[in-house]
Design a protein around this ligand. Structure first.
Ligand code: AHG
Ligand code: MN
Ligand code: MN
Length: 329
């Protein structure tokens, strides 16, 4: 079976004028993923469970593993002189990265949700990491500015996630389909186990935190009732892990849809456009699925701020279209 390292090198020439910079970057992500995987696997044995006394920019209490994962990705990317900027769900602002000559000569900025599904850590349930890569829009050599990060998702050069599940997987796209790699923990090597991943044509799973039902838009309530009807191949199954990465991954393999609508507590939904919606939307479309905020394609949204949230409906085409129809009735 092909390794991730071999796959990255083989596909390097898909990029015009490729300098190998993106390959190096993907390799750094692979390394950080292994380090976080190692730490996640020790949870319960070492003092890594539980919360810190800090909150992130979305005012959520940071878990110890949130902080560890953030540092792991930040260090892997910044210390290797391969990016010019870094932004994270766990950082208030973006970070400018300079080379030895105090210039930002690299081309790419990386955005991450270092640990997705943090509330699952203490109970040994799957968590993930999400990453998103853009080419800077400001001039090479100058330090990056906010506009390099506030690009619409359609500009992404690559995006992916790592799922720390029953096995650890790295799934990513560079705009040429979606490929999944499984970590052999004994060797510390990722192998291409899921080439060219595609959503099944039909989906029978809906994933939503139904505890917020009373506060959902009427269209979402109607869709849930539709899923529960005794008709055709329904009722569908309800599955919700509470980690977007894990819920998306299951739906991608089995066919289904993930919903995080606006609620009373989160009027724009809870998911962050830059760190969660955009990368997952890119993967979704590359796997033949759809991602929408209910009125607009996610990848067309012009971001206004780093930590902006959007309602999120993503998965099997037919199901997302169905939600869209209910929402816009
Ligand atoms: P994070 O752990 O990075 O803050 O993300 C959690 C997100 C998403 O992954 C998950 O599906 C959703 O929040 C869960 O939210 P609820 O607990 O409100 O359902
Ligand atoms: Mn998240
Ligand atoms: Mn997170």
């Amino acid at each position: 079976m092909k390794t991730l390292g071999e796959f990255i090198i083989e596909n390097q020439n898909q990029f015009e004028y490729s300098t190998g910079e993106l390959s190096k970057l993907l390799n750094a992500i692979r390394l950080a993923a292994k380090s976080v995987n190692h730490e996640v696997n020790k949870a319960g044995l070492v003092d890594i469970l539980g919360v810190t006394n800090k909150t992130n920019s979305s005012n959520e209490i940071q878990q110890k593993l949130d902080v560890f994962a953030n540092e792991a990705f930040k260090n892997a990317l910044i210390n290797r002189n391969i990016i010019c900027g870094f932004a994270s769900e766990e950082e208030d602002s973006f970070i400018r990265v300079l080379d030895q000559n105090n210039k930002a000569t690299n081309n790419y900025v990386v955005l991450v949700d270092p640990l997705d599904g943090s509330s699952n850590i203490d109970t040994n349930v799957s968590v993930g990491t999400i990453f998103s890569i853009y080419k800077r829009v400001t001039e090479k050599g100058t330090t990056v500015s906010e506009i390099d990060f506030l690009q619409k998702g359609g500009n992404q050069i690559a995006a992916g996630y790592i799922l720390y599940g029953t096995s650890t997987m790295l799934v990513y796209t560079t705009g040429y389909g979606v490929n999944g790699f499984t970590l052999n923990p004994a060797l510390g090597t990722f192998y291409l186990s899921h080439p060219n991943m595609k959503f099944p044509e039909k989906g029978h799973i809906y994933s939503i935190n139904e505890g917020n039902y009373n506060h959902f838009p009427i269209g979402v309530k109607k869709f849930i009732k539709y899923c529960q009807e005794d008709k055709d191949q329904r009722p569908y199954s309800s599955r919700y892990i509470g980690s977007l990465v894990s819920d998306f991954h299951r739906n991608l393999i089995k066919g289904g849809v993930y919903l995080y609508p606006s609620t009373l507590k989160h009027p724009n939904g809870k998911l962050r456009l830059l760190y969660e919606c955009n990368p997952i939307a890119f993967l979704s479309e590359q796997a033949g699925g759809t991602a929408s905020n209910g009125t607009q394609r996610i990848l067309d949204i012009e971001p206004k701020s780093l930590h902006q949230c959007e309602p999120f409906y993503c998965g099997t085409n037919e199901m997302v279209e169905n939600i869209y129809d209910f929402l816009n009735e």
